[in-house]
Design a binder for this molecule. Sequence first.
Ligand SMILES: Cc1cc2nc3c(=O)[nH]c(=O)nc-3n(C[C@H](O)[C@H](O)[C@H](O)COP(=O)(O)OP(=O)(O)OC[C@H]3O[C@@H](n4cnc5c(N)ncnc54)[C@H](O)[C@@H]3O)c2cc1C
Length: 499
Amino acid sequence: MRNFSKPLPLTRRELLRGTALAAGSMLVGCGQRGCSRSAPLEKRTADVVVIGAGLSGLVTARELLKAGAGSVMVLEARNRVGGLTISQEAAPGVFVDGGGSWVRPNHTRILALAEELGVSAVDVSEGRGSPIFLFDGVRIAGAGRLFSRAEMRELRGLRDKLEAMGAELPDGAPWNAPRAAEYDSISMFNWLSENSTTVWGRRDVEMAIDWTFGCGPEEISLLRFVAAVKAQGGLENLMAISREIPKVFVGGSQQLSLKMAELLGDRVLLGSPVTRIVDEPSGPLRVETERLSIECHRVVVAMMPADARRIDFEPSLPKPKKELIRQWSGSPDYKVHIVYEKPFWRANGLNGIGVGDGSVVDFIFDNTPSSGAPGILVAFGAGEELPASLRARREAVVDALLDFFGDEAREAINVVDMDWLSEPWSSGCASPLRPGVLSKYGAALRDPVGRIHWAGSDTSLEHDGSMEGAVRSGERAAAEVATALRERGVIPAPATSSG
Ligand SMILES: Cc1cc2nc3c(=O)[nH]c(=O)nc-3n(C[C@H](O)[C@H](O)[C@H](O)COP(=O)(O)OP(=O)(O)OC[C@H]3O[C@@H](n4cnc5c(N)ncnc54)[C@H](O)[C@@H]3O)c2cc1C
């Protein structure tokens, strides 16, 4: 059985950023074996090719095999599986999530998958003590008062309006709402300017936007935000400090992908960026990498719509799908774990939560393991603001923590970061959409185009943008493909009980 825990060594090319890789990618090993772009493509066949070995792609492949597909191949561009989930070792034997991490109790499909795979989920330790707020250079901790009565009243009013608009949206298809075009013509910045008059009322909604989508209110439309408010069951659940205690997977959420990939074995090909899909109605369906040409009955593209920009589609996709892919925006994120001998903040009456308007990190949480040591803070920020060199970047993060937690924050024993901005195969961590995208092109999100199907968390009917959404989208895409293949007799119909 292949060991997917050990990524293939990075090629020099893989270390180069985005466009260079996308434009002229080579396979891992291809250079060593002397193949080149002009070398004839190795031909293979499969019932289904899945593109992307993130959670959604691996779930798709797994479900298709369960449904009776004879041969499924998963092509992954990176030299590892897991996509937006990655486990990092913060201290000997202590793993943290550089990407997707927290799940909610209502994330039932991923919790069931984890149980099947033997990965346990535990509650995040409930922080006792006070959070710290740091805005406009003013630090408020403990009993400090944040909201005036007027601001609380306004925040409740904003919440009620957003949730009432959310109630108008059809589940999983906000573009079909009667007022979709109207809500999608305005940015959250403009909506807040019209509906908010207090500093903290507005700020709280802006924080929910930043926390959920990693962007400012000018970068997201009202329709997109309201759809998220609805999908997450209310504005409160989009707030960084919500009342619900999330769970994390022991050993990190990448475990799920690693275990699925191990079970799929040689069906998963790493270092295999797909460059072209040819779906001429009169010819065979073909998926191509630099080295392979695979003929198949169906293909599933399992990634964020923006990621599909790197694939050439022949013939060209219909305009709504093409525009959706072209205009989809992914926000970059920077996630960093800062490790201390012990969680010193707890002794100071702090729960490790910090929220602020700093340019380096703006959300901080206590991520200390349940054993109580080492002390770990996890922080989020916008990668663009940080120095490129690893050392300078890590120093900037520790400096930023001093403002929240004081001098003790200087005593970090390790800093482990993940800058998604520099990851060539991910267009972003979350999907805020500017005005005019969702209402015009949203309907093209998951409908198959010819023999091409679409998975990826953003295509999920529920919990889109989360790991739960990724799992659900994989299950939906697999069911869709299995139905199509059964109709064509490629895979057998499920056995029915007689009599
Ligand atoms: C910093 C961060 C924090 C997050 N926090 C949470 C959280 O706490 N809880 C939560 O539920 N979710 C969280 N998420 C979101 C969650 O991780 C994602 O929604 C989910 O993992 C997406 O899975 P996916 O399969 O849809 O896409 P991806 O994981 O993006 O998988 C797509 C795969 O396709 C591959 N690919 C791209 N182009 C090609 C190509 N041309 N050929 C072949 N392969 C290709 C990519 O390399 C990738 O492996 C977070 C994400 C980030 C980055």
